[in-house]
Design a binder for this molecule. Sequence first.
Ligand code: FES
Ligand code: FES
Length: 239
Amino acid sequence: MSSHDDKPRPNGEEKPNRSHAKDAQDKNLPDLSRRRFIKGAGIAGMAASAGALLADRVVEALPRPQTGAAGAAGVLGPGEVPVTLRINGKTQTLNLEPRVMLLDALRNHLDLTGAKKVCDRATCGACTVHIDGRAVYSCTTLAIDAQGREITTIEGIGSAEHLSPMSQAFWNNDAQQCGFCTPGFVMACTAYLNHEPHPTREGLEKSLGGNICRCGTYMGIKDAVLEAANATKSKGAVA
Ligand code: FES
Ligand code: FES
């Protein structure tokens, strides 16, 4: 059994030799159409009840802009174009093909590897970041569509030395095992708590249904959110 110090840090730091996420990347899964929320998409035949359930979920796909990013100038790409993103309070301009997803821009161009690529199809929530305060799947959000918005990653809400209140609560409640889902859960839980400062276990089960932990740490996660809610009641937002 691993020691307490061997636990993955809930701030998204990566450790070497974690092959299962790479396996998921290597599958080169097709990019499905943007789904508004995560888990209910797999519940075929339950569309009517799923509609109400999905509406409660905290993580979502970023709606496409009304007008294309190319605007009046016409179609952009397929070559690289300048894309200006505001991430964790810093404005940065990258040269990206318009097809590049926000998750890939973060991980491959900015070395912000806290958000994980696991399913790459808006299903697991491992890639969750905040855009304008909302929890969003970065794996199915085009980087070019995130221009002009405030993007926050797990690196933006704390560090290994100074964990965010939610990351600290995950640590305190042993709410991670392999840790691959953890940054996404921390971001989803943080957004949820900012929206709902008085969470209940039942509400959490609905609202966090867009994130999946295959290690089954859900009990610890729920305990962590309730602890973070108590710890931050008098302080307001948790990030
Ligand atoms: S990697 Fe984005 S939802 Fe799974
Ligand atoms: S801790 Fe392993 S997937 Fe959640």
